[in-house]
Design a protein around this ligand. Sequence first.
Ligand code: PLP
Length: 391
Amino acid sequence: MKQYYGNFGGQFVPDSVKIALNEVELAFLKFKQDKDFNQELKQLLKTYVGRPTPLYYASNLSKFYGHEIYLKREDLTHTGAHKINNALAQALMAKKMNKTKIIAETGAGQHGVATATAAALLGLECEIFMGAIDVKRQALNVYKMELLGAKVHAIESGSKTLSDAVDGALDFWVKNMKNVFYVVGSAVGPYPYPQIVTHFQSIIGKECKAQLKKINKNVDYIIAAAGGGSNAAGIFYEFLKDEKIKLIGVEAAGLGQDTPYHAATLTKGKTGIIHGMKTKVLQNEKGEISHTFSISAGLDYPGIGPLHAHLQETKRASYHAVSDDECINALKLLCKHEGIIPAIESSHALAFLEKLCPTLTKKSVIVVNLSGRGDKDMQSIYEYKKGEIYG
Ligand SMILES: *Cc1c(COP(=O)(O)O)cnc(C)c1O
């Protein structure tokens, strides 16, 4: 398999890590084709995760915007977000490789919970790495992980968020390679992880395509939030070849992308290396990686999956940023009109409707990937006052 998506991706890691990555690559290439593995995964996705998730016609929101809007309901999966699709699949790989422990980095805590869940289900030990700030702002998820039997490490270095958690997990992996499998949570990192995560998340787009076909709809726009880029890659991938369909990724502009307080990697970043991959990176003139700012822990990442850097460069997909304020307004709008409390991350995708819909000249069919539910965010939403979270 190719290591790059166009000019982006690769394996920018020390040789010691390459040995571990080679093992993961061989396992992935094998299990991807393995009938028993795929059957077992399919069964678990159905009976444990709750797939297929519905494609829901949001009639009230559609009336509000004057377009046909559908929501792909990843928020209805077990553990409440798309991350379980990938965590469960990688954990199953780890088990088949006879690893005894899985580790993971986590931002909002969703990937940590998903990984701890998969570990409990499959009888694996589990250790989770999380930035100290995120540990604080997502305390409930930390408690969930511990309840599920995982050990949580709070990382006190750097900006104490997702980026630093990745460094912590990589460091642990290199020192404990023999028994440990690293479950990467988004379509990021050195090859083969972006490809693995995209493959396991592409179930979202596959289902969505079949569901649209069943109701005889041609979709015009697909919108997804982009943090590391896994839910966006998951819903985009199956539609890449159909160039008529416009793919839109939405990043976190925090206080605004013209302020220093944002996490808008593709809109504001430059090509660089981060966490073993070549991609767009938020950095200063000296090439130092910037701290990111967003109301959403799950979008607080100064890099982006290499597939998205490539889709942006080739203009197959476009990427935009929405602010904390716009996100919270969109969240409240969905609660009020549809009775669905979305995750703050997913609300970034919803917020783009407000920008897109007024520009459309004909009635359009729009799918928004509702990547997760908002239960974990209640405190942040309740306490939200513009700018205050940045101190
Ligand atoms: C983690 C998370 C995201 C962002 O991660 P991606 O890899 O970009 O998908 C988006 N939505 C929810 C609900 C999340 O938990």
